[in-house]
Design a protein around this ligand. Structure first.
Ligand SMILES: Nc1ncnc2c1ncn2[C@@H]1O[C@H](COP(=O)(O)OP(=O)(O)OP(=O)(O)O)[C@@H](O)[C@H]1O
Ligand SMILES: [Mg+2]
Length: 466
């Protein structure tokens, strides 16, 4: 398979050769026609002049007006090199110019017949004399037995002109071919050089050098746009790699801490024999770590499935009011235990296009946070509403609220705010990241803000199903 560059060059060359050949051939053809036409016209004019001078009286001898005989007349350029002959109806030569010498112009029977029919005949005589000759035979009606005047002239000059012009056209064509070919080669070399640099740089960019970018040619043409697009793609890939790297590092860190705590607890418990109560304490503590590990692994699995696009269930029309009721019912035991009241604000029925399972997981995460970060005796409110094309579920609490400097990080994976860390609430910092990723995959988003009189509010916005 030929390279793109070779194929382009061949196609370009073929087009130029075709155009140059057609132009040169056309120019040669029209020049040849013009020069031959000129000779024919000159021969015909002389034949008609000669005919006009034929005697009307058939008894008088017909003569050819030969400049060499009429010595007093000025030299005639019209007659120079022209062979003139007058024939009668039986093909007998009646008169001829001196330059014919002993020769006669051919007057075969077929020609005589056409002349008798009143036809003017042009022909090229290849075998007459040393040079090819062009001849016109003009019928001369009304001159008794005289049939026609024949005038011939050498084609040598005409052929020389056409020959020289052909050479000139070929040379011009080759020069044109060379000039256009060189210009084309220079133009394409510039374009291919830019592509070559992009290819070289692309070879150098690897996982370790994801921050590098392809060199821009500085123009906004196809290559410039291609480089822009590839660089944008590299930026997205770099972000993806970075997120992946951070996630792996965070996940291994988060897994390592509970595992090493578990190991220490077990080592301490096994160091010497203890009574039953101490073993129960140790096992309970281990159980807490195992629960934390289970939660972490489960959330990591959900995130991995979201990243692989597998978490996205089939979209259906879901009543957000029903979904909110379900979520409240499920969280009620935990809320009661912490003496927190969950209130479902009465609002209009709202439906959204989303997968039921995914949406209820998001709601559970937000309610879990609201209950977890509230203090006993406080109230958590769930409110379903619609705003324009958005279906909204708001979960608000009267807890400590969100610190402004922490707001931009809340949805990051493994991010836990200062309240969560200081109060030692359970969790690994993945709930909001998972929820945001799920809602995002259905064309929505989660907004976090603070209530004016304290407490946090998380609003899930989904495309409303009207
Ligand atoms: N209702 C809330 N009030 C105050 N802070 C909150 C609230 N919800 C979330 N946050 C803050 O956002 C952080 C991230 O929340 P996220 O749900 O992702 O993690 P988590 O609840 O700590 O752990 P996980 O959800 O993985 O069990 C929390 O650690 C907390 O600092
Ligand atoms: Mg949470």
């Amino acid at each position: 398979m030929l390279s793109l560059r070779t194929r382009l060059a061949l196609a370009y060359l073929a087009v130029i050769v075709f155009v140059v050949a057609v132009t040169a051939f056309g120019a040669h053809w029209s020049l040849s026609r013009a020069v031959h036409g000129q000779l024919d016209a000159a021969l015909l004019a002389l034949a008609e002049t000669e005919m006009a001078m034929l005697p009307r009286d058939t008894k008088q001898p017909a003569t050819v007006h030969d400049p060499s005989r009429e010595t007093t007349a000025p030299p005639s350029l019209v007659r120079l090199d022209r062979l003139v002959q007058i024939v009668n109806s039986d093909g007998h030569v009646v008169a001829r110019s001196a330059n014919l010498g002993e020769a006669t112009l051919p007057a075969p029977a077929a020609l005589l017949a056409r002349l008798a029919a009143g036809e003017t005949v042009f022909e090229t005589l290849e075998g007459f004399g040393e040079e090819p000759v062009r001849m016109v035979s003009v019928p001369a009606p009304g001159h008794g037995p005289l049939l026609a005047v024949q005038v011939a002239g050498s084609l040598d000059d005409v052929n020389n002109v056409v020959g020289s012009a052909s050479i000139l056209f070929v040379v011009m064509g080759l020069a044109l071919l060379l000039a256009v070919g060189t210009a084309g080669a220079l133009l394409t070399r510039g374009a291919f050089q830019a592509i070559g640099e992009v290819v070289q740089q692309a070879h150098r960019i690897g996982e370790a050098s994801m921050s590098e970018r392809l060199p821009h040619p500085g123009t906004q043409d196809e290559i410039g746009r291609l480089v822009d697009t590839l660089n944008e793609m590299l930026s997205r890939l770099e972000q993806g790699f970075e997120a992946q790297r951070r996630f792996t590092a965070d996940a291994s860190h988060e897994l390592r801490s509970p595992l090493s705590r578990l190991r220490t607890e077990l080592e301490v418990a096994l160091r010497r024999p203890r009574d039953a109560a101490a073993y129960v304490d140790a096992l309970r503590s281990c159980m807490e770590e195992v629960e934390r590990l289970t939660l972490l692994v489960e959330e990591l699995l959900v995130l991995a499935r979201i990243d692989a696009g597998q978490e996205r269930g089939p979209v259906e029309t879901v009543s957000l009011n029903e979904l909110a009721e379900e979520a409240v019912r499920r969280l009620q035991p935990m809320a009661r235990e912490r003496q927190i009241e969950i209130v479902l604000a009465h609002s209009q029925p709202v439906t959204a296009s989303v997968a039921r399972g995914a949406a209820s997981l998001v709601l559970a995460n937000l309610l879990d946070n609201a209950v977890k970060f509230s203090v006993s005796g406080q109230r958590v409110t769930v409110d379903v509403a619609s705003e324009g094309a958005d279906a909204i579920v708001r979960v608000s609490d009267r807890g400590p609220g969100l610190r402004l400097d922490e707001l931009p990080h809340l949805f990051e994976r493994f991010y836990r705010g200062s309240t969560a860390r200081s109060e030692q609430t359970s969790g690994v910092g993945l709930g909001l990241a998972i929820s945001q990723a799920i809602v995002g995959s259905y064309g929505g988003r989660i907004d976090a803000s603070n209530l004016p009189d304290g407490g946090a509010v998380f609003a899930i916005r989904l495309p409303r199903n009207v």
